[in-house]
Design a protein around this ligand. Sequence first.
Ligand code: GDP
Ligand code: MG
Length: 205
Amino acid sequence: MSNNYNYQRTRFIKSISHLKYLPTYGIEIAFIGSSNTGKSSILNTITQQKNLAKTSKTAGRTRFINIFEIKDGIRLVDLPGYGYAKVPKFIQHKWQNIVNEYLQTRTCLKGLIISMDIRHPLKDMDIKIIKWAITMHIPILILLTKADKLTYNKQKNQAIVVSNKLKLIDNVTNDVQVVNFSSLKRIGVDKLQFKLDEWFKIHNI
Ligand SMILES: Nc1nc2c(ncn2[C@@H]2O[C@H](COP(=O)(O)OP(=O)(O)O)[C@@H](O)[C@H]2O)c(=O)[nH]1
Ligand SMILES: [Mg+2]
């Protein structure tokens, strides 16, 4: 099935440090996850633009909410990463506050892509966000990123392990889809686009 949205035409709108600068209409899918799990790379990969979202070798650099537009009223949002030890606690809190506020108040938010390094999945914060999203009826897709770091068999096994662990979490009654992803090897790109298409279509845009 071909994609209905032209992700290659995605353009950067702005970086914001406060929610009051967010657009007030349309719908958004947000990317969330620990720092350095490859969130910005995912955005570059699905849009086939090398430098759309700035990637970083130094984790924790993305302090702002970065807004991208696929077309008018349809946006992708790169949220600041959480849990980078080398950043002072008070700064971490500031970043997390904006993310918390975004999650709690943003009515445009129609789906969450949660990125977890395939080698270190389901950290405490990941589980908190998964539980929260399910309670709020926000659809989620879990990407196990940097899948290229494991052999094919280990990748497959890890996706099963994560799916099974999710089933043990309270509230996770509906099946949460877990997809192995690699920006480097372009693993899982079609599945991610398919999911985004599906979510956008629900809202008839
Ligand atoms: N091996 C591998 N490295 C990746 C992949 N995606 C991102 N990286 C690397 O991981 C680091 C963090 O990536 P970035 O996209 O900036 O992560 P973010 O902090 O979550 O936005 C960078 O050094 C990337 O080159 C991937 O699919 N495979
Ligand atoms: Mg980033």
